[in-house]
Design a protein around this ligand. Structure first.
Ligand SMILES: Cc1ncc(COP(=O)(O)O)c(C=O)c1O
Length: 352
């Protein structure tokens, strides 16, 4: 294994304590759990601790309409990405990832030494090649956009014929604000998905995520998990199951923040034609592209230095001319940051 550095994590960790406006949080910050109807008492947990994994797995299976045997609990979404890739290394000879993608989705297979192409495979690729994995975030991080469901269905059909696989990280799917956000997993052994409690529920410190796969594959993923993290914290799963049960409250909380912030971003973009963004209807993240200007790391550094606004440069998503903005902060704070960015771009004309 080549232990490659995740430069996106380094960027965020190095700069998050130096900024005034942190626009790099793609998930909500940790909620006051009691306000969301969640019992955090350790004493109460101890009475139910043995059942916690079962209760959590049952919640996932009922929300996503899959069998309990399809669910593999993981240490956060990152744990799921690693387990999925380590398992797939023994199954496929090549990885496809979309041209703009969340860094761990390409850095993990690259670290594991797997051949990689930045391309969404088309029909011809499926017909002319065999035995590859297409892995992608859906909705995409950083753009927030989802792939067309019909195109994915076609890919699943083609993957079944040419011995290929699809693995999708569905971390941002709950931001659709639907009580049952759905999944691409359709029971096929060609499809695997992962998710996490980190972003929509703001429960990153619990380190709880999950993979959903066909039963026999799920068993093997559990074997990989035993080599990496083995157990997941029962206390975390006990809390996570309550959060899932109370998801309506999380949805109303998320809706009021995201709707307002998207409106603020749209107003900002309307006056900045030098920036382009294909905004999703309901997403905590947006990717802003520019045609002219400095490299994205240089721009992001300068922006931080001159205004205190922290964004993630596109380079860490495999693109040089853009940056990601997150809309998870309180709308008054987000509005202040966007006003400042507006003044900065107008005065510097940096993208002209
Ligand atoms: C698409 C995606 N998957 C996974 C993760 C990581 O999740 P976790 O913190 O649960 O490991 C992130 C975090 O940014 C993400 O954006």
């Amino acid at each position: 294994m080549k232990a490659l550095e995740d430069e996106m994590f380094t960027w965020i960790r190095t700069n998050r304590n130096k900024c005034r406006f942190n626009l790099t949080n793609s998930g909500f910050s940790e909620p006051d759990l009691e306000l969301f109807g969640i019992n955090v008492s350790y004493e109460d947990y101890r009475l139910e601790m043995k059942e916690a994994p079962e209760i959590f797995t049952e919640s996932i299976s009922s929300i996503y309409k899959v069998r309990k045997e399809n669910v593999v609990t993981t240490c956060g979404g990152t744990g799921g990405i690693f387990i999925a890739n380590a398992y797939m290394k023994g199954k496929v000879s090549k990885i496809y990832v979309p041209p703009i993608e969340y860094m761990p989705m390409f850095l993990t297979p690259r670290s594991l030494g797997m051949p990689l192409a930045f391309k969404t495979p088309n029909r011809e690729d499926f017909l002319s090649e065999k035995n590859f994995l297409f892995e992608f975030t859906n909705p995409n991080n950083p753009t927030g956009r989802s792939l067309d469901q019909r195109a994915i269905n076609e890919m699943i059909g083609l993957a079944e014929e040419n011995d290929s696989y699809l693995y999708s990280d569905e971390t941002f799917r709950p931001f659709s604000m639907e009580e049952n956000p759905g999944t691409l997993f359709n029971g096929s052994e060609r499809v695997m998905v992962s998710n996490t409690m980190t972003k929509f529920f703001g429960l990153g410190n619990l380190r709880v995520g999950w993979l959903i796969a066909e039963e026999n594959i799920a068993k093997e993923l559990n074997n990989v998990k035993d080599l990496v993290t083995a157990e997941i914290s029962n206390y975390s799963m006990w809390i996570a199951a309550q959060a899932l049960a109370n998801r309506k409250r999380f949805i109303s909380f998320a809706r009021q923040i995201i709707e307002k912030n998207i409106r603020i971003l749209k107003e900002f973009l309307a006056t900045h034609t030098e920036l382009e963004s294909d905004l999703a209807d309901s997403s905590p993240i947006a990717y802003l592209k520019y045609r002219k200007g400095p490299g994205c790391v240089e721009f992001s550094r300068k922006l931080l230095q001159d205004t205190g606004i922290l964004v993630v440069p596109g380079r860490y998503f495999n693109d040089e001319n853009g940056f990601r903005i997150c809309m998870t902060s309180d709308p008054s704070n987000f509005e202040e940051a966007m006003d400042l960015l507006n003044d900065y771009l107008n005065s510097t004309k940096i993208f002209y």
